[in-house]
Write a protein that binds this ligand. Sequence first.
Ligand SMILES: Cc1ncc(C[n+]2csc(CCOP(=O)(O)OP(=O)(O)O)c2C)c(N)n1
Length: 254
Amino acid sequence: MSATELRTIFERPALLADRSTHYCPGCGHGVVQRLIAEVLGELELGPRTIAVAPVGCAVFAYQDLMVDFVEAPHGRAPAVATGIRRVRPEAFVLTYQGDGDLAAIGTAEIIHAAARGERITAIFVNNGVYGMTGGQMAPTTLLGQRTTSTPAGRERIGTGSPLRMTELLAQIPGVAFAARGSVVDAAAIGRTRGYIERACRAQLNGAGFSIVEVLANCPVGWGLTPVDSLAWLRDRVLPEFPVGLLADRTGPPG
Ligand SMILES: Cc1ncc(C[n+]2csc(CCOP(=O)(O)OP(=O)(O)O)c2C)c(N)n1
């Protein structure tokens, strides 16, 4: 290649909106949304995708991803996605929720959608706090973690322990695929992309409910710089929420 020849090595995925991000500097949501845009594009699912957005910072998926969206506040995304899937069987149905929305406000909806084996794909961004409303404690907040509603650190007595939602879901027979990844570094982001692709394929194959939890950083909600928030994610969050495959029932019945 001569010195004047240029080669494209990095592009914005076609399904990611060409606009400035709404997110705070260093926020993990944008990375997750880029991965979704890449996978939906690769699988040529853009035109037939109907996604469901939640409350919280996660809601901005509806303006960042160039697919059709329905807004379902307060944890009801899996219920709304169920309705969409049933009246539009040809659609590819995706939900995008934060941990306050999925693991607190909408616990019943996600568990029963999984129990019914709904053929929907859930992307669950776990940043350990209620980001949009000011960094309050979520069910996923670590013990000892300071939040605006636990200023002395979360204590087991009174507020319980971090809830491993995806492990809970993984043991339900209707769950075809469940995995947890993170955005802590480039290698982890690559693995998370692979999980999102496998979860989408599980729906395409009619295997059942699929979910990918993504451990993400919330620098503002955690009161840390973006760099320090990634160190916290690596050193504190990952040991409490092990990444990896949690369930794969996509193969032929044994
Ligand atoms: C009935 C009701 N309860 C609470 C809220 C406030 N609220 C807005 S977003 C949100 C949760 C956000 O947390 P999370 O799902 O973790 O998403 P993140 O912002 O961290 O992405 C809450 C409780 C509301 N708008 N209405």
